[in-house]
Structures are given as C-alpha cells and as structure tokens.
Design a protein around this ligand. Structure first.
Ligand code: AMP
Length: 117
C-alpha cells in the first residue's frame, strides 16, 4: 500500500489541523499557505488521487465536495452574491497539482482576478 498523503493523515487525525467542516464523505481545513484571506481545502475521506481518476462509484463523493463548499461559504459569510468565492481543482503538472489527493480549493475574501495564472 502506498504511503498516506498529508491530507489523508489530516483526515485520519494523525496530523492536527482544525477542521472547518466535516461530514461522512469529506473534511475541510485551512490551507497552510493561503492565497486569499479565506483559503479552505475540501478533501474526500476516500483517497482519490485527482479528479480525472474518479470513478462512477465516486459520484456521491464528488457531489459532497461541492455541497460542502456551499455550506463552508455560508458559514464563512461569503456565499452571498455580493461577496462570493472561487473553487479550484488542480489536476496534474500543468494544472498545478502538488498533493496527489483530490482537493477543492475554496478561495474568497478578495477580488479574485480572471483569467487565473
Ligand atoms: P495543489 O497545488 O492544488 O495540489 O494544492 C495543494 C495545497 O495544499 C497547497 O495550496 C498547499 O499550500 C496545501 N498544503 C500542503 N500541505 C498542507 C498542510 N499540511 N495543511 C494544509 N494545507 C497544506
């Protein structure tokens, strides 16, 4: 079995990180190097390396990631359209992926430019 990712160790509570949100399928915690005033990572408890490797059986987990994003945005006060947030999923080298455990970045709290870098 391959070594646990840093995110799996956080989900398994082997590495302490306050959870912003948790349900049966996903957990969320603050990014260690925030790129915005709010920068939360939402990860599935099941290890899926990256979004393009998710299977049909992961449909509920993929949905749970986005539903969690909405709940977290509401909890952090950025769900209203007058504020708002951005969700990012990096896949592979060109996508900027550095941790091989699927995660959704939730960024908010500043005017996020477009196109992204
Ligand atoms: P990505 O580049 O999309 O794979 O995103 C990985 C993210 O994980 C980066 O934004 C890192 O800052 C973040 N990160 C790495 N290690 C930790 C950690 N121990 N706790 C929280 N966030 C982390």
């Amino acid at each position: 079995m391959s070594e646990k990712t840093i995110f799996q160790k956080i989900v398994d509570r082997e590495i302490p990180a306050p959870l912003v949100y948790e349900d049966d399928l996903v957990a969320a915690f603050n990014d260690i190097a925030p790129q915005a005033p709010i920068h939360v990572l939402i990860v599935p408890k099941k290890v899926i390396p990256r979004v393009g490797e998710a299977e049909a059986e992961d449909q509920a987990t993929l949905g749970a990631l986005l539903l969690a994003a909405g709940k977290i945005a509401e909890k952090l006060g950025v769900k209203d359209r007058s504020k708002g947030f951005r969700l990012v999923i990096n896949h592979g080298r060109d996508g900027g992926e550095t941790v091989p455990h699927l995660h959704v970045h939730l960024l908010a709290g500043r005017d996020l430019t477009w196109p992204p870098g």
